[in-house]
Design a protein. Sequence first.
Length: 172
Amino acid sequence: MAERQEQAVSDAVMTRIGQGVLLHHAGDREEARGRFLDLWAEIGEDGDPLHRCTLAHYMADTQDDPADELAWDLRALSAAEELTHDRPARRDGAPAARALYPSLHLNLAADYVKLGRSDAARTHLYRARSAADALGDDSYGDGVRAAIDRLEARLADGGPAGGPWGPPRRRP
């Protein structure tokens, strides 16, 4: 019975995150940010890492200031790392976190580009590319890989020739 209640709470949190994402995609960035902040206050810094990772990941997208966006993306990565480290009580979210790593690192790379920190951007872009094997062969995975390619090309055009990973890779 307690497990069922815990699952219902988890589903409710994910539903509320999804509602905020829908608001943001509909163009109501302020409302989405407000709802995300309210939910963050409820979850707290010690809440479920999968919830914190997901919420912070989407909260970053609602930020106007690149430094604030970076701070939220770093929170998302930190929560994902909690899920993938050897913590038996939290292992159920580890596969979901691994699938998020390419996107998390891609977002961090983009944040660092906005802040003019190309070396940090390249580091996270390399990590995004390295983690991309966890992505499925579906539209989400294809979209993340394409975004990695685009940012690699952008950094190659504006910085040292190609970075440590060479030119953008294309999927066969």
